[in-house]
Design a protein around this ligand. Structure first.
Ligand SMILES: [Mn+2]
Length: 310
């Protein structure tokens, strides 16, 4: 079959993206993208945030999508980029992505990339508004952070047949904190989280104190807060070794690819039906990772392809 190459979070590392595309066999010649086996690409979102070449990354992936060679899913950072310039319907003086000092600082490099090109900025935001929230075909699925059927069903009224927003109501309704749409969008784009028992906390990779953990929803064997937290190994023993009040749903009937979780170390298949392809390319020892899908039922480690930062 025609291969599908799923590509993890790029975070503005266009150089790594060019190297990965080369390794996967995609070539730009005579004004088009070609591939010897007529391969297709599915990007898992988070093209932007942090990296040095956010605009170059967006332009390259956008061109691949326009050529029909690729599809790009929405990540939490594409959602936030749209939200940064979208007024809330419940409070029109505020934005879907609030303009706190921290949010502005985090978004500044993206804004700076377009400071002399408001048309390019508008085009990019307009494109981000049209990105699908998930990809599905018989045997294989993809989403930015968490495959979650109840959240998908809840958001379906906001989405077209490609699972892309039909209009801005997806952004404005899912901005209302603790609404059903907010919860569902958070689950798909930011992953499942759980509040720790009273009194427990830990410091994340950036030294920020956290009272919630990200759940490794893809692992069917999780049973305690400590086992199920997606967390740096140096922090794990700060998480209480207590049973989870409920286990995360798991959907392993068909292969699913996702990004978002800043995995460390050498890319590997940790579950044969649920494969994270985010290997922290924005960190010095990170990698940009892809998986070549060719119709297999279980993921195979020799289908992983990556380029290291170092
Ligand atoms: Mn993400």
């Amino acid at each position: 079959m025609r291969p599908i190459d799923f590509v993890g979070d790029i975070h503005g590392h266009a150089g790594a993206l060019r190297a990965l595309l080369d390794r996967l066999g995609y070539k730009y010649q005579a004004n088009q993208w070609t591939h010897a086996q007529d391969g297709r690409l599915v990007f898992l979102g988070d093209l932007i945030d942090r990296g040095p070449e956010q605009r170059e990354t967006v332009d390259l992936v956008h061109a691949l999508c326009d050529s029909g060679r690729a599809l790009c899913l929405m990540g939490n950072h594409e959602f936030n980029a749209v939200g940064f310039v979208t007024s809330r319907t419940d409070d029109p003086d505020r934005y879907v992505r609030s303009h706190t000092d921290g949010h502005i600082r985090q978004h500044q490099a993206f804004l700076d990339a377009y400071q002399h090109d408001s048309v390019g900025y508008q085009d990019t935001i307009a494109w981000f508004k049209t990105l699908p929230l998930w990809f599905e075909q018989p045997g294989v699925r993809a989403v930015h952070a968490c495959w979650h059927a109840p959240a998908q069903a809840l958001l379906a009224p906001y989405l077209d047949h490609r699972h892309a927003p039909t209009d801005l109501s997806f952004f404005t309704d899912s901005a209302i904190e603790h609404s059903a749409a907010w919860q569902a969008r958070e689950t798909l784009l930011n992953g499942l989280e759980m509040r720790l028992p009273e009194g427990s906390h830990f410091k994340d990779y950036y030294g920020i104190q956290r009272r919630r953990i990200r759940l490794n929803w893809w692992d069917p064997d999780q049973s305690t807060y400590r086992d199920s937290a997606v967390i740096d190994v140096t922090q794990r023993d700060r998480i209480p070794d207590l049973p989870l009040p409920s286990t995360a749903p798991s959907y392993h009937e068909s292969l699913v690819f996702f990004g978002h979780y800043w995995m460390r170390g050498i890319p590997s298949i940790r579950h044969p039906r649920a494969v994270c392809l985010d290997y922290s390319v924005a960190l010095p020892d990170g990698a940009l990772c892809a998986y070549r899908y060719q119709g297999e039922i279980d993921a195979q480690s020799d289908h992983l392809v990556w380029v290291s930062n170092s």
